[in-house]
Design a protein around this ligand. Structure first.
Ligand SMILES: [Zn+2]
Length: 333
């Protein structure tokens, strides 16, 4: 039954299953796309784990990954050892294979959100479910992986975005993520109201956005490339200690600047299909904006991530990033 949860939710029959039992715990569907799994016997050292997918509706690989995990749990191939909250983000957008319906859900996760509409309402439901979950498991360390895929190719197909917040990321996370075959890490330089930022900023969770290859329709994702990540997630939901890899295997970057769109008359100076993390040398013109003028690379090269000239006025058209040092390998968690 649990393995039907995705199909029922996306088919509009989320109410068809409410609660049920697994060999090693139970599950509770708390609302459309909101599924909590509770172990019979939590393992010492387990985390309160939040796994989210489909915050952007056309990013299907993470949804397929969630489906694999639930099927393996139901089949008894995995033993539930940690409380786990599984969230499907923008259900109408997933049904329509669209990034969003009205507005980008992944900029709405803030307590002072005043917008009205379907996506803001969904953000409120998801925030409330995370608040409630972490509150009920207040004695456990908090973890949240929000899984996405990128619109374009990338020099590093699988990369981590570390949200900006006052609480630091545990160095152990870099070891886990390296073992999960993530290839790069991007440190955000300021608050950005994404879902992973929400869990980090408001709950002090170890929280990251994971970009897992390029957008593709259901059934066309390379799931074998995500096996090492699946292994990390399986280890966490079993409450076991994850494998560690060497963080030096990953490339680390820091956001230097956000390139904002100010004018109707705005264009990026490079090809539409340029890959994420493509580097531009000093003197390169990156954008022409009738209000803000040209954006030109200064004395140090800059790489471009998430470029999109079609954003609304006043919104971010690209992140400009620079390589940074590998964090120290200290292992506190
Ligand atoms: Zn996304």
């Amino acid at each position: 039954m649990l393995s039907d949860w995705l199909d029922l939710t996306l088919g509009g029959n989320a109410g068809a299953i409410r609660t049920g039992r697994l060999t090693t715990g139970s599950f509770d569907c708390q609302g459309p796309g909101i599924l909590e799994l509770t172990p019979e016997a939590p393992v010492s050292g387990a985390h309160a784990c939040v796994i989210s997918a489909g915050i952007h509706g056309n990013e299907t690989a993470p949804i397929e990954l969630v489906g694999e995990l639930l099927a393996r749990l139901e089949a008894g191939q995995l033993r539930l050892g940690a409380p786990l909250l599984v969230l499907l983000g923008n259900i109408p957008a997933i049904r329509h294979s669209q990034r969003f319906i009205t507005t980008n859900l992944n900029r709405l996760f803030r307590h002072d959100l005043s917008l009205e509409g379907d996506e803001p309402e969904r953000a409120r439901e998801l925030m409330a479910s995370v608040d409630d979950f972490y509150q009920r498991h207040a004695d456990l360390p908090r973890l949240h992986y929000d899984m996405h895929t990128a619109i374009r190719d990338s020099r590093y197909p699988r990369f981590v975005v570390e949200p900006f917040a006052d609480s630091p990321s545990a160095p152990l996370q870099w070891q886990w993520l390296a073992a999960a075959d993530m290839q790069a890490v991007l440190h955000q330089h300021q608050h950005s109201w994404t879902f992973s930022h929400y869990s980090k900023h408001y709950h002090g969770a170890q929280a990251f956005t994971l970009e897992l290859g390029r957008v593709a329709p259901f059934g066309h994702n390379d799931m074998t490339a995500l096996r090492p990540l699946r292994h990390l997630l399986e280890t966490l939901l079993e409450g076991r200690e994850p494998q560690r890899g060497d963080p030096a295997r990953m490339a680390f970057f820091r956001v230097e600047q956000e390139l904002m769109r100010h004018a109707e008359d705005f264009r990026l100076c490079f090809a539409d299909d340029v890959a994420n993390f493509t580097e531009f040398p000093p003197g390169s013109c990156l954008a022409r904006d009738a209000v803000a003028g040209d954006c030109v690379v200064g004395e140090q090269p800059l790489a471009v991530v998430f470029p999109n000239a079609e954003v609304e006025l006043g919104a971010r058209a690209a992140l400009l990033v620079r390589a940074s040092e590998t964090p120290s390998g200290e292992t506190r968690c």
